[in-house]
Write a protein that binds this ligand. Structure first.
Ligand SMILES: NC(=O)c1ccc[n+]([C@@H]2O[C@H](COP(=O)([O-])OP(=O)(O)OC[C@H]3O[C@@H](n4cnc5c(N)ncnc54)[C@H](O)[C@@H]3O)[C@@H](O)[C@H]2O)c1
Length: 406
């Protein structure tokens, strides 16, 4: 058996994506991770996971027991870059509200450092890119061989998803060569010979990522719209959804109504894609974005009705918001649909408390954060929960949710 030399890989960005990719690749390569956030680096040096992900947390528990660490944590990035065969970029690409497109500045910053190296490593971008983003960057940094390998992992299970990919998309730019493409495929899929590898140019790879996420957003919006309809006509939403989804072409998954799609990726990726349809006819993407806003308004209207009902019986109504996170198993509130409801409760001047163990301050935007679940349940006259958990099993009769499919 050939004992191939381990590759030296530097990962930029120790967030959900960067950390899971780094941990995954560290099994077979020399991987070092770097982040500009010193708090994250301090945690990593202590073998603590800065994010909530069971598999990553398990990895760091193991790291604590190893005298020779499996994952390197970079403090001197220049030295590591000089030795690197590959650099993986997983820095944020937030929506720039002026241009309406995903910003590339954090990636540019990394590419500038790389372009100063005496031996330039191959660069794989994992951050989500706007359409033609990689082409623009390749034009600005012609000496670097750039690849776009879009990321499809989910927050909360990102390392598991890294280990069990459903496909590998390799977007190559004009500087790429065949050997590099083959090696990238090996890096990510060494143990998964049956996973489809789709090789295409970087713009096509960008389209795959954005259209895939937009499909998911559209699907969520679609089932939420069924729920708007069912609630309005006093029909059983669960029965209708199950009846629809027994059709194998539609499928009985990813169909549970919610307060609206959210999280870091779907809101920004759908908006990026809509913005890319300049002079191209489009209706579905815009409609999905609009439908999500309509859904949140519908939910707020339903909550208002519940508050009014209770206030007929008692003078003061306390609304308890159970979790600010977008989904079960996540520690992230980015663009969570629940936040829009919290903001509405504030403008509606409704007395509100929040139960969110992941928020370590006493208040969230002037709203008290109750740390003890029992006290939270006792104090709340109405509980609002995007997703139900065991915590709420004894207070379901005063809980408003659309998490109706078990
Ligand atoms: N979160 C997901 O599930 C997911 C899934 C697919 C794709 N993506 C995409 O991947 C990218 C990263 O997402 P994330 O959720 O991991 O973000 P994140 O915010 O959790 O992590 C990004 C990290 O990059 C660091 N950073 C910023 N600039 C840096 C620099 N110049 N050098 C080194 N580190 C730097 C930040 O400090 C942060 O720790 C985004 O483009 C996102 O759209 C995310």
């Amino acid at each position: 058996m050939i004992n191939r030399k381990k590759r030296n890989i530097v990962v930029f960005g120790a967030g959900y994506v960067g950390l899971s990719v780094a941990v995954f690749l560290s099994e077979k390569n020399n991987v070092c991770i770097f982040d500009i956030d010193q708090e994250k680096i301090a945690k990593l040096l202590n073998a603590e996971s800065p994010i909530e992900d069971t598999e990553i947390q398990k990895f760091f528990e193991m790291e604590k027991t190893r005298s020779q660490k499996q994952l390197g944590i970079c403090s001197d990035i220049e030295e590591k870059l000089e030795d690197a065969d590959y650099v993986i970029i997983a820095t944020p690409t937030n929506l720039n509200h002026q241009t309406g497109h995903l910003g590339l500045d954090t990636i540019r910053q990394v590419l500038k450092d790389i372009s100063r190296c005496s031996k330039i490593p191959v660069v794989i971008i994992k951050s989500t890119l706007p359409i033609e983003g990689c082409k623009v960057l390749q034009g600005e940094f012609p000496s670097i061989s750039l690849f776009y390998v879009p990321e499809f992992s989910r927050e909360g299970s990102s390392l598991l998803d890294e280990k069990n990919p459903e496909r590998l998309i390799i977007g190559f730019s004009e500087n790429a060569n065949r050997r590099e493409i083959m090696d990238i495929s090996k890096i990510f899929l060494e143990d998964h010979k049956n996973v489809p590898v789709r090789i295409m140019n970087t713009t096509e790879a960008e389209a795959v990522k954005l259209f895939a996420n937009t499909y998911l957003a559209m699907r969520i919006a679609f089932f939420n719209e069924i729920d708007n309809f069912s609630v309005s006509l006093k029909l059983n939403s669960e029965k209708i959804i199950r009846g629809i989804c027994d059709d194998s072409r539609i499928g009985n998954y990813y169909n549970i109504p919610s307060f609206g799609y959210g999280g870091y990726c779907l809101p920004k990726d759908t908006k990026e894609l809509r913005k890319s349809f300049t002079n191209i006819p489009e209706r579905l993407i815009s409609a999905s974005i609009e439908a999500n806003e309509i859904r949140k308004k519908f939910i707020i209207n339903e909550i208002q009705k519940q508050i009014e009902k209770i206030s007929k019986k008692q003078r003061k109504v306390i609304v308890g918001v159970y979790r600010l996170t977008m989904k079960r198993g996540s520690d992230n509130f980015r663009e969570s649909a629940v936040l829009d409801i919290v903001h509405w409760l504030k403008t509606y001047k409704c007395q509100t408390i929040i139960f969110e163990p992941k928020w370590n301050k006493e208040y969230y935007e002037d709203i008290k954060v109750e740390k003890q679940i029992q006290k939270f349940k006792e104090e709340s006259d109405l509980i609002i929960a995007n997703r139900i958990t065991e915590d709420l099993s004894d207070v379901l009769e005063k809980t408003y949710t659309r998490d109706i499919i078990q």
